[in-house]
Write a protein that binds this ligand. Structure first.
Ligand code: F6P
Length: 365
């Protein structure tokens, strides 16, 4: 009887998930006594009745490293410790199904679990490890906000997408003498906004870590216009907030999901600019899930492949309670605690922020 490793992908999808899955399968195939199985839609596949478990072999995973998304599906509503349950009156409550999940894993003959996911998923990995289950984490998020690793896979693909958007907006903004506000993802951390602003040569990068003062942005805009000629590109992270202001949420229609949806901060900024007296023609562009879908760039395919190979080798070495991490130039195991104890924020004193300021990008402060 072969030993089984169960793979799950949780939280928002991310380019490179399939490359991790393929790498785990390819590496496991080199051992004679291992079988890789996947749980459909994070741990829902284990907990749902009937169960949805698939065998992942080379036939299933051949060539998937270039495909976005995840062949085993994902969900943001599958935390076994806080399983969403709908009440008769339509409200939601949660129930703890973690013990049941461990029993089900034992019944499936699962020796170890490789949980590919972001902050929320790795908190779940840690909690299962504390309960005695053999969990290993693989860090994923386009936001790059997980600590313990230099980069998460998927992030560079998102930056590339956002940079392409800046490049395109420059040509239309310049033709119309307009101001464009480009809203990119970045709930707690402004990595995508800052990197895309530098790569695309934007005029302002507004990130959650540096609350903005609208007057500072107007000063920058003014410097980009001579009378009514000129243009300006502002890249704003969805989680950005003004000095003494709050993050802008839009109403959540996603019942059973604890996380409120962000969105609309670019339109809000345009209103603030108008209220402050800016009369130039302005447009917002919300890049949204275009940053998350589609083919991973080569960097992310390689990083994801490294993560997959290492994660399986950590199973062989029984390095449980750890997460695979990129610490340039190495791929190393780090305690899950390192990843979940704090977010990986952009440091306002970092070289990256200094670089942005050095080329004249307004950081909103
Ligand atoms: O955490 C990654 C992320 O892409 C955030 O930047 C964004 O706020 C969120 O996911 C969007 O989630 P959903 O696809 O569930 O709306």
């Amino acid at each position: 009887m072969k030993k089984r490793v169960l793979v799950a992908t949780g939280g928002g999808d991310c380019p490179g998930l399939n490359a991790v899955i393929r790498a785990i399968v390819n590496r496991a195939q080199q051992e004679n006594n291992w079988e890789v199985i996947g749980s459909i839609n994070a741990f829902n596949g284990v907990l749902n009745e009937p169960q949805e478990i698939v065998v992942l072999d080379e036939e299933k995973t051949a060539g998937i490293h270039i495909r976005g998304g995840t062949i085993i599906g994902t969900t943001t509503k599958g935390n076994p410790f806080e399983w969403p349950v709908k009440n008769r009156d339509g409200t939601w409550t949660t129930s703890d199904r973690s013990d049941e999940m461990i029993r089900r894993l034992q019944y499936l003959g699962v020796e170890a679990v490789i949980n590919i996911g972001g902050d929320g998923s790795q908190k779940i990995s840690r909690m299962f490890y504390e309960k005695g289950a053999n969990f290993i984490g693989v860090p994923k998020t386009i936001d790059n906000d997980l600590s313990g690793t230099d980069f998460t896979f998927g992030f560079q693909t998102a930056v590339q997408e956002a940079t392409t958007a800046v490049d395109k907006l420059v040509t239309t903004a310049a033709s119309h003498n307009r101001i464009f506000v480009l809203e990119v993802m970045g709930r707690y951390a402004g990595w995508i906004a800052l990197n895309a602003a530098i790569a695309g040569g934007a005029d302002a990068a507004i990130i959650p870590e540096i609350p903005y003062d609208i007057k500072s942005i107007i000063k920058k805009i003014d410097s980009r216009f001579d009378k009514d000629r000129g243009f300006a590109i502002i890249v704003i992270a969805e989680g950005a907030k003004p000095v003494n202001g709050e993050t802008h949420y839009r109403d959540s229609t996603d019942s059973g999901n604890k996380q409120f949806r962000l969105g609309g901060v670019a339109a809000k900024m345009i209103n603030e600019l108008k209220e402050a007296g800016v009369t130039t023609d302005m447009r917002e562009t919300v890049l949204g899930h275009l940053q998350r879908g589609g083919t991973p760039i080569a960097f992310d395919r390689i990083l994801a492949t490294k993560f997959g190979v290492k994660a399986f080798e950590m199973v062989l070495e029984k390095k449980y309670g750890q997460m695979v991490a990129y610490r340039h130039p190495d791929i190393v195991p780090v305690p899950l605690d390192d990843a979940i104890s704090r977010y990986n924020y952009v440091n306002p004193d970092s070289n990256l922020v200094k670089t942005a300021r050095g080329v004249g990008i307004c950081m909103g402060d």
